[in-house]
Design a protein around this ligand. Structure first.
Ligand SMILES: O=C[C@H](O)[C@H](O)[C@H](O)COP(=O)(O)O
Length: 228
């Protein structure tokens, strides 16, 4: 277990205030945020929080802790979304989707007033791309898209959930991971991917978070905030 993930996940609960509609992210770092909010509710420190989950996995955890949940369409907007990331630059661009939740995470993010990313400091990078870029695609014709990525030199691999089974997202799609190593122009790549028929969403989250909370291995948390 990572001390850094736990420290930064729990620290993010300090940003939650009573009465907020909170977006709950997905992954092993978000796990600790959800757990901490649940504990604070149980202890009576937080009295009325409504939560919107970014995945089934997160919803299950929220329910087990007694966090009241609503679907995204049943709230007007989300006051605060706390989510993990796989890589992020200090200028607020990142890759998400290592856990396969990128589509719902991006939709929730689009409807959030404030976004905090919680990461360990090894995920802070100068250039995105070491982490494989997830691309969520429809199942129909998926091998054709795979071949297109392959022929473009993007080193695609199908995401698997077992030896012989392909990973299926919460929306019933496949994920192809692009092993790019370096993404020189993330905005251009995001534009190109968004325009490919069959691509549902990609894991480039450009200019998304307002705050990045980053923890070192000892659990010291640093806040990186946008200058106004
Ligand atoms: O699909 C998963 C999400 O984007 C996660 O937030 C991301 O993969 C980071 O996950 P973890 O905190 O487990 O490293």
């Amino acid at each position: 277990m990572s001390l850094g993930k736990e420290a930064v996940g729990r620290k993010a609960a300090d940003y939650v205030e009573d009465g907020m509609v909170v977006g709950f992210g997905t992954g092993s770092t978000a796990y600790f945020f959800i757990d901490e909010v649940g504990k604070r509710i149980q202890a009576g420190e937080l009295k009325h929080i409504v939560g919107v989950a970014t995945s089934r996995q997160t919803l299950t955890q929220m329910e087990s802790l007694g966090i009241e949940s609503r679907s995204l369409d049943d709230v007007n907007f989300i006051d605060l979304l706390v989510d993990g990331a796989d890589e992020t630059t200090r200028d607020f661009n990142g890759i998400k989707g290592g856990g396969g939740a990128l589509l719902h995470e991006k939709i929730v993010a689009q409807n959030s007033r404030r976004i905090i990313w919680i990461v360990t400091e090894d995920k802070l990078v100068d250039t995105l791309g070491k982490f494989p870029l997830p691309v969520e695609i429809v199942q129909f014709g998926s091998w054709k898209l795979f071949r297109t990525f392959d022929q473009s030199g993007m080193n695609p691999t199908f995401r698997k959930s077992g030896q012989d089974t392909l990973f299926i997202t919460d929306s019933g799609n496949y994920i192809i991971d692009l092993n790019l190593d370096v993404i020189q122009n993330p905005h251009q790549l995001a534009f190109e991917l968004s325009n490919m028929v069959g691509v549902v969403e990609h894991g480039l989250f450009l200019n998304y978070p307002d705050v990045i909370l980053s923890s070192d291995a000892e659990g010291n948390v640093q806040e990186i905030t946008r200058s106004k």
